[in-house]
Design a protein around this ligand. Sequence first.
Ligand code: GLC
Length: 472
Amino acid sequence: MKILYAASEAAPFAKSGGLADVAGALPKALVRDGIDARVVMPLYGDLKFKDTLTYVTNFSVPVGWRSQYCGLFKAERDGVVFYFIDNEYYFKRSGLYGFYDDGERFAFFSRAILEMLFYTDFEPDIINCNDWQTALTPVYLNLYYRHLDKFSRIKTVFTIHNIAYQGKYGLDILEDTCGIGARDAHVVEYDGCANFMKGAIECADKVTTVSPTYAQEILDPWFSHGLDGLLRQKQYKLCGILNGIDVDVFNPATDPDIAKNYDAETFQEGKAVCKEALQDEFGLHKDGSPVMAMVTRLVGHKGVDLVQAIAEGLLQQGIELVILGSGEAQYENFFNELCARNPGRVGVYIGFNAKLAQQIYAGADIFLMPSRSEPCGLAQMVSCRYGTIPVIRETGGLKDSIRDSGDGYGNGFTFANYNAHELYEACWRAKEGYWQKDGWPVLVKRAMECDFSWSNSAKSYEGLYNEVVNLW
Ligand code: GLC
């Protein structure tokens, strides 16, 4: 089986979010199972490991009525072949997205993914596209390439990592920029806009999301950002597969960034050293208090408003808080101010710092993730692996990976409704649990032993790919 995994970012080459982790790890797990999975992504200006790339060829790609240069580069990493689409005008910028011409940049990318197949000897059975940046690939394939022998049997899978980002533009982008004429416009048109994600949902053979619960949730207008009507119509081809994490990368036994390495047998000693180092880093008192942490973008849908509402209450309970992230100014200001008013009790780092994030996963006792919605979420799995007990809201992948420990089997603390009182109650139970000096290590060990490796998810993808290949 041959899979071309198309994504706008993939670790370790370029990363702005969870998509990069998935695109870095899933193909690796597939290759381990004997599947020829290759990745294609843009060659960004600030791509990492650029010196490992080799030039393959160049060709031109239609963008509306124009033709644009496209270079093709290649690299191999952990047994996975990565292809890089090069066009300096589109991609040699600092940062990945957020430019005025993102629609055009990724229309180009989506088309280049198909064009490159004329110039390589790789003939995929399936192209697995991810999110709106590659959503036009199944559309172009069905509209303009199907009649060619080379493309007639290729199937497509479209994976939604977050339905909030659909690639929505005015209808005028279609003909001039995307090269989709009036006759075909209906394929990508939705609610009076050009909607790239809608086009993929229409054209792909299967649509997946990153957890079973999220696959259900997006049928509901509260979660769907307007796409629930279409998704209900296409429900027959929709399913959810929970992501894994790269357990080689996220491994407290080998992590070079933490103060002391540990595993599920030695965590009591190891985590104590890591906790002390974390408290030193943020100048926190070392009086035995539990440390509760968040590593997140500071935006509304991550539940930061709930944490804001209960922060004072948590401090009064004798909890120390550590926050790492950046985002909306209102939250950044709130946490900075909370930190200034509570020296020794609150530590705040505004920005992203991968090394410090690892130190928090290792050194904290409890990890907060009260998201309003969370397609999958990776941090709750990472925190389990590092023995830091998650407190989560029961939504999306959080619900599918974390079970309340109230029944004596779970790996965290959970609450159902998006409500600060419920979050507070869950935090309170976590804190009470922390003080039970016999019970807590049992819970930590159980959390650390949860299997969140990619091997299970990869098996589900393999099942899906087998089904898709035999569809027609
Ligand atoms: C997106 C989602 C996140 C998910 C990640 C990887 O970033 O918001 O929940 O874990 O994609 O699929």
